[in-house]
Write a protein that binds this ligand. Structure first.
Ligand SMILES: *Cc1c(COP(=O)(O)O)cnc(C)c1O
Ligand SMILES: [Zn+2]
Length: 420
């Protein structure tokens, strides 16, 4: 397998775990698509929709030929990740003002977030290299996903989480899967830096998105959406931006589909950041050449609390390749949009709802038009952050346009007659 440094463009044969080139650039996996027969693959992917007990049941490994063809199947650790629903909702259409919004519910993944799409590939690759110790820095979803696959593989996982501004539900989930969890003073970015410096001599296999196999796996999100929609994607794909792995993978996946001829129209990507953690958006609208890291990012959407996104160059390439845009939205806009997605029955965690809030804003700025269609990546599950649900619906701590309070009720009176 060949890899390429995204900065100096040197190419290497990949034979061990490496995350950065000697020049500091991240690696990108180069697929050899020379012998790809698109019609044959479309048929194969279609047949695999009826798989039951093999690795091809997975909505990631279904597309193995486009993700990691060389990996022997026995290294694969899978929990039928992917295979997530693609929904529409009148309520969401109305709220955004767009003709049709598709919701791709990556929240339905086995650990409750899209991190599983990439993690199954990263951990399977680590197994093929013989690693027994896996690590990540995380605001909670990467760690939940890693801890789950590590447990299923019977290997150790070591997880570093910031000691504030994260969701306790995710930390508890990670603990429950048996990971060793270390809480540190600092942000996600400090955790990444620590691992980049220390993982090699500690013998740790790093499963953050600097690991290029994560990105290959996450391409499956757009492959799956394209397959479900008969290889015709909407005009826009909307994704929240934190560490920017998802935006990177979407761009790469779309580029694969388009250059190979699976699709003949390339959707545009919109990256939505939370205002309190939006270094990428600031760079993009300011036409800067480098990202200016934010040292104290803060947003209630805990999965987006990232000030120095490692994959920013790959994400920038995604926007260049797809004529994409970026925007930032406030926490208030995110939480109200989340309330709408929740009320639609699909549900998501705050970070995911940045997509819906983003559409709202992109329409008001006339970047998106009412008669277009969009696909939003709902990245995490409604129960990933119950504290926010509590604050929004049951307290007056946050501004909440769509609050739905519990009502006290006296069973001994006949007052119910006026309720229904
Ligand atoms: C990780 C995560 C994000 C951010 O994705 P990046 O790839 O880091 O940009 C958004 N939402 C949820 C729920 C996440 O877990
Ligand atoms: Zn390099």
């Amino acid at each position: 397998m060949k890899i390429r440094c995204i900065d100096c463009e040197k190419q290497f044969f990949f034979d061990r775990s490496q995350y950065r080139c000697s020049c500091g650039g991240l690696f990108d996996i180069m697929q050899d698509f020379k012998n790809v027969d698109v019609d044959a693959l479309k048929n194969l992917f279609h047949q695999r929709l009826s798989e039951r007990m093999t690795c091809y049941t997975s909505g990631v490994w279904r597309y193995k030929e486009l993700i990691y063809p060389e990996l022997p199947d026995h290294f694969i650790v899978s929990k039928n990740e992917g295979n997530t629903g693609l929904y529409t909702s009148e309520l969401v259409n109305q709220y955004t003002g767009l003709r049709k919004v598709w919701l791709k519910a990556q929240s339905e993944n086995p650990s409750g977030s899209f991190k599983d799409n990439g993690m199954t590939v990263a951990v399977s690759h680590g197994r093929s290299l013989g690693y027994k110790k896996y690590a990540c820095s995380s605001t909670g979803n990467t760690s939940s996903s890693l801890a789950m696959y590590a447990a299923m593989s019977n290997v150790e996982s070591y997880v570093f989480v910031p000691n504030q501004h994260i969701s306790m539900n995710k930390v508890l989930q990670t603990l429950a899967y048996g990971a060793k969890v270390y809480s540190f003073e600092g942000t996600y970015d400090d955790g990444i830096q620590f691992l980049e410096k220390n993982s090699e001599h500690l013998g740790l296999y790093v499963c953050n998105s600097i690991n290029p196999f994560r990105i290959e796996g996450q391409k499956s999100i757009v492959y799956e959406a394209a397959q479900y929609l008969n290889w015709e994607l909407p005009e826009w794909i909307i994704v929240p931006g934190g560490a920017l792995s998802n935006a990177s993978a979407l761009g790469k996946g779309l580029y694969d589909l388009f250059t190979l001829g699976f699709i003949n129209k390339l959707p545009r990507i919109a990256i939505i950041q939370a205002e309190g953690a939006s270094p990428f958006h600031k760079m993009f609208i300011g036409h800067e050449n480098e990202i200016e890291p934010e040292s104290s990012p803060y947003t209630l959407a805990s999965a987006l609390n990232i000030g120095n996104p490692p994959s920013w160059k790959k994400a920038l390439q995604s926007l260049i390749d797809t004529n994409g845009v970026s925007i930032s939205v406030t926490d208030e806009e995110i939480l109200d949009a989340k309330a709408i997605v929740d009320k639609s029955g699909v549900g998501c965690e705050p970070a995911s709802a940045a997509t819906i809030a983003g559409i709202h804003k992109l329409i008001s700025e006339r970047v998106l038009h009412k008669d277009e269609t969009a696909l939003c990546i709902l990245t995490g599950n409604i129960l990933k952050d119950t504290e926010i649900l509590n604050d929004y619906h049951l307290t007056d701590q946050v501004h909440a346009a769509f609050q739905n309070k519990v009502q006290p009720y006296d069973l001994t009176t006949e007052s119910y007659k006026s309720l229904f």
